[in-house]
Design a protein around this ligand. Structure first.
Ligand code: 3H9
Length: 689
């Protein structure tokens, strides 16, 4: 795991723990031994720590958290570096994250390659740096900047790292030789620069700046225990000597690891990665080359999808039926790129290059040469089938034909072609150029290589593709539909729209279901219920009154003078009471906890049905979809993980009660949920389908 090569007085210790050199117990022990050996070796004057592979070190092994910790712990290994009489230099070729950067910070110098990335992302998994990062980084780059970096968790590149002072130099050529030279220079100089010895950046002015940022961070996220802990740990830099600061960091770090939020975030981390492993596919499944793309439809969705291709360097043709909507669509795309360049998120050259990769065309025949065609036309089966039967005639042999439908039966769309093996769904989320989630819908006849190619393409587009099966609404919208139904039912039973929304935002969503309906437009659900059936007496009555939501200034709430936040409307509340009376439903009040249970348990129940039907391969896929496509709070781990934390017995028993109280049989616990509840099982313990 650690290769120790001594040459010319320098011991180069090369870490190797694929895929990302995570500092698991075995690697820590091996590194500790190698360090001890090198320090004891009289022929060694200096030490370099390098790593094999693209990633330098991705940090602690996250899968070890929450289990018994095996020694040596990372802080113990780093203490050996600190105490080393011989200089230790880190040669950072790729990402040095979390404990990986902390390892480098404990060294006496850091040399980075051009592709190095330097970050402390612990905050994103609910913890804080726990191997000296909160004490060393502030001393190197200043407490305010260090705090901001640890608070965002975002890494910086090599050059920015050098500007800030995280690394001493960036080398364009061979990294290890450069690190050796630096190590020998330090050995010659005889004085070892240790981050922990510095206090030149800890002046009162720096403290004031840090305190202002810390206060702001805690105010913004009052319920996040790790934000508070991070502030406390960094504050110790000012109040205590380095060694005591390290102890303060440990005291702040340790309890966070077992916090339910951190557990949920770790679940989300691994679930997201596991989603890439799709049953029936392997790395040996053949892939088709994708060099060009066509997108049918220049609306908001089509334009956004085209931008994803252009951003990934893939030329794309956007196709419309007429010139005017095409030009409107292209204009909108150019406007979005201009906005990004203006904000500085892309350069002007990038803006021009991306716009240059998008070509507009009128007529489906222009899709003939594309390796993949994504249809993003009107959400209507007739329209989609007409397009696909045309595409069957026009598209080149072997092209992948994808529909961006969010509900419709992909098998029925594939059936109009003579090549159903080449057809699948790619359900992007709006705005498609921003949202990471893509549900990749495997239809009955989709060939494995077509599915594998679409999933790979998703990654190339910097998306998070999750494979799902065919059913109405797939995974995400099918579950959403359950929540919408439950929300409407709650209104009839007496909960008011603002109460429901408040309970949902308190749970952690950015928006409640009614504010979301108002934003999306009530006409959308209304039309879809007309097409596909389903009843929502309150929402339908509002839509019939022309209350389409924010765009008409009135929906479940009112938006006087274009206000963004909705306000209660007595007219709506009276309408709800009237509708309830018409349906003979008695009204009462609901606590926020009851509201959450009434909305979320049916979602979990639908998730269980989805699993039994093998529409999703595993509970983690459902969680990944809801976290990334529907803003489920990641620190609650997604609906299935959350249900496990509530306890499936409770969820199943409450659903039985809801079914009795509402007379709605669909609330009865699904067989899988019932079985797990009876056995004392959990979704987390289920294996991939
Ligand atoms: C920490 O360091 C705490 C310390 O402060 C204190 C300690 C006392 N552990 O993402 P990928 C796996 S907390 C275990 O697809 P990429 C991952 O599950 C840590 N496993 O690759 C996947 O496995 P599989 C702070 C890890 O190239 C495989 O590696 N560090 C870890 O797209 C490939 O991962 C972080 O939060 C890990 N730390 O991206 C960094 N990291 O193939 C977390 C990865 O079986 N990691 N795996 O599905 C990342 O951000 C990305 O993995 C990275 C590579 C950017 C490195």
């Amino acid at each position: 795991m650690v290769r120790n090569e001594v040459d010319g007085g320098v011991a180069v210790l090369t870490l190797s723990n694929p895929p990302v050199n995570a500092l698991g117990a075995d690697l820590r022990a091996a590194l500790d031994r190698a360090l001890a050996e090198a320090i004891a070796d009289a022929t060694v004057r200096a030490i370099v720590i390098a790593a094999e592979g693209k990633v330098f070190v991705a940090g602690a092994d996250i899968s070890e958290f929450g289990k018994v910790r095996r020694r040596p712990l990372l802080p113990e290994v780093l203490a050996r570096i600190d105490a080393s009489p011989k200089p230790v230099v880190a040669a950072i070729g790729g990402a040095a994250l979390g404990g990986g950067l902390e390892l480098a910070l404990a060294c006496h110098a850091r040399i980075a390659g051009r592709h190095a990335k330097l970050g402390l992302p612990e905050i994103k998994i609910g913890i804080i740096p726990g191997a000296g990062g909160t004490q060393r980084l502030p001393r190197l780059i200043g407490p305010e900047t260090a705090f901001a970096m640890m608070l965002s968790g975002e890494p910086v590149g090599a050059d920015r790292g050098a500007e800030l002072g995280i690394v001493d130099a960036v080398v364009l050529g061979d990294l290890v030789p450069a690190a050796r030279v630096r190590a020998l220079e330090l050995a010659d100089a005889g004085r070892l620069p240790r981050a922990g010895d510095r206090d030149d950046r800890l002046d009162p002015e720096a403290r004031a700046a840090f305190e202002a940022r810390a206060a702001d961070a805690v105010t913004r996220e009052p319920d996040a225990p790790n934000v508070r802990a991070l502030a406390e740990a960094v504050r110790a830099c000012f109040d205590r000597p380095f060694a005591e600061g390290l102890a303060a960091e440990q005291a702040a770090f340790a309890p966070l690891v077992d916090d339910p939020r951190a557990r949920a975030l770790r679940h989300a981390f691994f679930a997201e990665r596991e989603a890439a492993r799709v049953p029936g596919l392997s790395k040996d499944t053949p892939r088709r080359p994708i060099e060009t793309a066509a997108v049918i439809g220049a609306g908001t969705m089509g334009g956004g999808i085209a931008m994803c291709f252009a951003n990934a360097g893939i030329p794309v043709t956007v196709i419309e039926t007429e010139e005017a909507p095409l030009q409107r669509g292209l204009e909108r795309v150019r406007g979005l790129y201009a906005g990004s360049a203006k904000r500085g998120s892309i350069t002007e050259a990038e803006r021009d290059a991306r716009i240059g990769r998008i070509t507009g065309a009128v007529g489906l025949e222009n899709a003939g040469s594309a390796d993949i065609v994504i249809e993003a036309a009107f959400e209507e089966m007739g329209v989609k089938r007409a397009i696909f039967s045309e595409l069957d005639r026009i598209a080149k042999h072997g092209a992948i034909l994808a529909t961006n439908t969010s509900y419709l039966d992909v098998d029925a769309i594939a059936a109009v072609t003579g090549r159903p093996q080449d057809v699948l769904g790619m359900h992007f989320f709006s705005p498609a150029n921003v949202m990471r989630l893509v549900e990749v819908v495997r239809a009955e006849k989709t060939a494995p290589e077509v599915l594998a190619t679409a999933l790979d393409l998703g990654k190339r587009l910097k998306k998070l593709p999750v494979a799902v099966g065919v059913c109405f609404g797939f995974v995400g919208n099918r579950i959403l539909e359950r929540r919408s139904r439950a929300a409407e039912r709650l209104l009839l039973e007496g909960a008011l729209p603002h109460e429901v929304d408040a309970a949902v935002t308190a749970f952690g969503f950015r928006m409640g279901p009614f504010a979301m309906s108002d934003l999306a437009g009530l006409d959308i659900g209304w039309r879809s219920r007309k097409d596909f059936g389903g009843r929502a007496p309150v929402a339908d009555a509002l839509a019939e009154m022309g209350r389409f939501g924010q765009k008409t200034g009135r929906g479940f709430f009112v938006y006087p003078d274009g206000a963004r936040a909705g306000q209660r409307d007595p007219e709506v509340e009276a309408l709800i009471a009237r509708t309830a009376a018409e349906h003979g439903i008695a009204q009462r009040s609901f606590t926020p906890e009851e509201i959450v249970a009434r909305l979320m348990y049916p979602m979990v129940n639908e998730g269980a049905r989805i699993l039994s039907e093998k529409i999703a391969s595993r509970p983690g896929d459902i969680d990944t979809i809801w976290i990334n496509g529907y803003n489920w709070p990641a620190w609650r781990g997604g609906p299935m993980h959350w249900a496990d934390t509530v306890g499936l017995k409770t969820v199943a028993a409450d659903l039985e009660r809801f079914a009795r109280e509402t007379g709605d049989d669909s609330q009865e616990p699904a067989p899988l949920l019932k079985k797990l509840a009876e056995e004392g099982g959990s979704f987390g313990a289920l294996k991939a389908a």
